[in-house]
Design a protein. Structure first.
Length: 318
């Protein structure tokens, strides 16, 4: 990618939790394992063009690019389904989280994952194998009872799918932010020294969402996060929380593009030329792969600004 950190990385690995913006292939592998290739009109499955590498992206996602900019390998899926499952869609009612098996990867994010605990259904087909984001952290803890290694950078990005899929029923921005804050507390309690805290984007920046309630959701989410994060930081003084304003970055990019301007990123020199989605014929320099996911180039920009948030925190690594 265009952002490079030439100094020795202060981190030994990145562990990621979240939704499709961070998923390194968990969702893709699950869909393949159940032996069903869904038509794009039914679902966006990152196994065919314009998607690549099992990601919800035209290339790689922001966690991939952030890891590489830190001098680390890309993250790999951590929770996969058993490969010998041969049932059909009608059999998925008996196909649930118990049939999942842990892999050795460090990316626990799943496409379409809302905040919360427990598993939710994939495409409402009865297969409750998709762990919500707080559940992903619980699953990590079961596989790693000693918690996080000291030089691990933990990323948590999510919450938008709680709005998008209306899960839980009360999906106000404030309540979903509280679930995000709960996730931060659990991660800190499990010994994480370094957590990247990412606020919620204005959901109307995405082609999929035009209702102004998407912006209201994000604003209420971020107000609650800003209000309560200081208490979390105080309670876990041995953990450093890197704060990343993704809301501001994405709003700036989309506002410029909406005005007919080309967005040139100052950190990467990458140019984003427009809002026409790649899956609708847009060029590789477009902002979005589809109606909800950035292009590879935009993910590179997101990663570069995450790296800046880390580098400018003035923290002494421990």
């Amino acid at each position: 990618m265009s952002t490079n950190n030439n100094s020795k990385s202060p981190f030994a690995q990145v562990v990621a939790f979240g939704d499709s913006w961070s998923d390194a292939g968990n969702y893709s592998a699950a869909i393949q394992a159940v032996g069903k290739t869904f038509d794009k009109t039914l679902s966006i499955i990152p196994n065919t063009s314009p998607y690549a590498n099992g990601r919800f992206s035209s290339g790689y996602n922001w966690v991939d690019h952030l890891s590489e900019s830190l001098g680390l390998p890309k993250t790999t899926p951590a929770r996969l389904v058993k490969e010998n499952f041969s049932g059909t869609v009608k059999d998925l009612g008996d196909y649930n989280a118990a049939t999942l098996t842990a892999a050795q990867g460090n990316n626990w994010a799943w496409g379409a994952a809302p905040m919360g605990t427990g598993e939710t259904e994939v495409l409402s087909l009865g297969a409750k194998i998709l762990p919500r984001i707080n559940q992903q952290i619980s699953d990590f803890s079961q596989q790693h009872p000693d918690g996080f290694e000291p030089h691990t950078l933990v990323t948590v990005l999510g919450g938008g799918d709680s709005y998008f899929f209306k899960d839980p029923e009360d999906h106000s921005g404030k309540n979903v932010a509280n679930l995000y804050l709960d996730a931060l507390r659990v991660i800190a309690e499990k010994g994480a020294h370094h957590i990247l805290v990412v606020n919620q984007i204005d959901l109307t920046n995405l082609p999929a969402i035009t209702d102004e309630s998407g912006k209201t959701f994000a604003e209420n989410y971020n107000i609650q996060l800003e209000a309560e994060l200081p208490a979390v930081k105080q309670a876990y003084a041995n953990t450093h929380f890197y704060e990343y304003d993704l809301f501001g970055l994405m709003s700036n990019i989309v506002n410029q593009l909406s005005a007919g301007k080309v967005y040139r990123d100052a950190l990467t020199n990458i140019e984003i030329t427009g809002l026409t989605r790649i899956d609708e014929g847009g060029p590789a320099t477009s902002a979005f792969t589809d109606n909800a996911h950035p292009s590879d180039l935009l993910y590179q920009i997101v990663a570069a600004h995450a790296l800046k948030a880390i580098e400018t925190s003035q923290v002494v690594m421990n």
